[in-house]
Ligand binder design. Structure first.
Ligand SMILES: [Fe+2]
Length: 320
C-alpha cells in the first residue's frame, strides 16, 4: 500500500481571496473555484498536479482543525492503485471511522487529530505548456552539462512538487502519533531526532523526508508545507518575488543539515509557513535510520551579509 506522494493539502482559512493571492504569487496555478455552503473555495496546482485547496474556515465539510484559526485541515496522500486504497481502508477501519467520498477518496484522522485522506494518484497534469525543461543542466569542474549555452533569464518560479509537510505534535503521546505513520502507513523513519521529532519518508517516495512530525513546540499545529523548485536559483528567485509582492520572509536562505535541502521560508496567511526547497537528499530502502540523541544544527549554512554596512561605507565614499 505504498504511499507515493502528497496528493492534496486542504486548508481552512479566514480569507480565501488573500490566501489565493499568496499561493498565486508563490507560483501555483489556480485550477478550480467552487462554492461551499459558506463561501468560495479555490484549488491551485503544482506543476505535477498536486492540489492546494483553500476553503473557508467555517466550512462544515472540513475536518476539525487541531488549532484555531487558519491552518491545515487535511493531508490527502496519493497511492498507486485502487487495490492499495482498499488495503488501507481495511487496515484503518480496524480502529477508526473511515469514510469514502463521491470521488472514492478515503477520509479519517491520525492519532493527533489531523485530517488525513487517501486517493489514487491523479494522472500527472501537464502544466508544462511553457515547455521549460524540468532540470536545468549545471556545469561543475569535471562534470560539464551545459555546452555553448548561456543561462537564459529566469521566468516566474513555478513549484514542481509539494514535497513535504511538517506538522507539530504534542510531546505527550509522540511515540503513538509517530508510530501510526511508521507502523500503519508504511512510512520509513530516516532521521529520529530525540529532542525534536521524526523525519520520515513515504514508502513510495525518494525524498529524504516527505513528512516531519515535530514535538519540540509541544503542541499540535501546522509547521510548514514545502515545495520543490528546479534548483538553487529558483529558491532565491521564488522568495525574492514573494518579498516584492509584500509577503514576509520567515527564514532566510540556507541549507538544512537534515535532508541537505536548500531552503527559504515565507510566512503564510493560511497558517504556518511555506518553504521553497531544492536539492534534497534522496533515499531508498537501503538507507539506515539515523538516531540523534541531540538535535543536529539546523543548517549547514545560511546567508550572511554585511552589504548594508558596506553600502553605507560606499555612500560615504561617494560623498567624499
Ligand atoms: Fe521543510
Amino acid at each position: 500500500m505504498a504511499i507515493i506522494r502528497i496528493e492534496r493539502a486542504v486548508y481552512g482559512v479566514e480569507d480565501v481571496a488573500e490566501c489565493t493571492r499568496f499561493f498565486e504569487d508563490f507560483g501555483l496555478d489556480p485550477v478550480r473555484k467552487s462554492d461551499t455552503a459558506v463561501g468560495a473555495s479555490v484549488e491551485l496546482a503544482t506543476r505535477t498536479g498536486q492540489i492546494v485547496e483553500l476553503r473557508p474556515l467555517d466550512d462544515p465539510d472540513l475536518p476539525a482543525g487541531v488549532e484555531p484559526g487558519s491552518t491545515i485541515r487535511e493531508i490527502v496522500w496519493g497511492v498507486e492503485s485502487q487495490a492499495d486504497l482498499d488495503r488501507l481502508h481495511a487496515e484503518l477501519s480496524r480502529d477508526r471511522e473511515v469514510t469514502v467520498d463521491g470521488d472514492g477518496v478515503l477520509h479519517t484522522v491520525d492519532e493527533t487529530g489531523y485530517g488525513i485522506g487517501f486517493a489514487v494518484v491523479a494522472p500527472q497534469d501537464s502544466h508544462d505548456e511553457d515547455s521549460q525543461p524540468i532540470a536545468r543542466p549545471v556545469n561543475q569542474h569535471g562534470d560539464v552539462r551545459r555546452w555553448n549555452a548561456p543561462i537564459d533569464p529566469f521566468g516566474r518560479v513555478r513549484p514542481l512538487r509539494l514535497c513535504h509537510v511538517a506538522l507539530n505534535i504534542p510531546k505527550e503521546g509522540r511515540e503513538r502519533a509517530t508510530g501510526f505513520y511508521l507502523d500503519r502507513l508504511g512510512f520509513r523513519a530516516t532521521d529520529v531526532v530525540k529532542p525534536m521529532g521524526t523525519f520520515m519518508r513515504a514508502e513510495g517516495d525518494s525524498d529524504q523526508h516527505t513528512m516531519l512530525l515535530c514535538h519540540r513546540p509541544d503542541r499540535a499545529g501546522l509547521n510548514h508545507t514545502a515545495y520543490e523548485v528546479r534548483d538553487f536559483d529558483e529558491v532565491v528567485l521564488g522568495a525574492n518575488h514573494m518579498i516584492e509582492q509584500g509577503w514576509r520572509e520567515a527564514r532566510k536562505l540556507g541549507r538544512h543539515t537534515v535532508g541537505s535541502n536548500v531552503f527559504r521560508f515565507v510566512h503564510a496567511p493560511c497558517g504556518g509557513r511555506v518553504e521553497y526547497a531544492a536539492d534534497m537528499d534522496r533515499a531508498d530502502d537501503s538507507f539506515e535510520t539515523r538516531v540523534h540523541e541531540t538535535t543536529p544544527p539546523h543548517h549547514i549554512w545560511t546567508l550572511q551579509t554585511n552589504r548594508e554596512q558596506t553600502n553605507r561605507d560606499n555612500d560615504r565614499e561617494g560623498e567624499a
